[in-house]
Design a protein around this ligand. Sequence first.
Ligand SMILES: [Fe+2]
Length: 136
Amino acid sequence: MKNRIVWSAGLTTGNRAIDLQHAELIELINALARLIETRYTIVEIMSALQQLERYVLFHFNTEENLMANSRISPLHVLRHVDAHQDFSKQIETFKLDQNLHSKLPDIVAYLVEWLSNHIMQTDQELVALCRKNMES
Ligand SMILES: [Fe+2]
């Protein structure tokens, strides 16, 4: 079970704005991960989750604007926006979880897994599609 995201080549999309935002997202998830090693409180988890959620919304907005402004496959857009919505809902569910405190390690593992996979697959595909579009 991975509980940190370490930046690797696979996470670089080549779109500078998106890469910088991903680095910030990774930092926010790793901040939550670092809490596990402390005697963390619910207030600390909630505050870290809220910061993450706020930045996630801003970031998804950036990507969705990019999608709206490029003529890429509507199927990609549909799936991508769906994935964003699912993730946002998941964060909301975590915040309401009665066992939030004891579940923190599992939540961090989920966030690490989801973001790594999402960047490496869906976001890489988005940037590649946009690039292909600009060439044609
Ligand atoms: Fe995305």
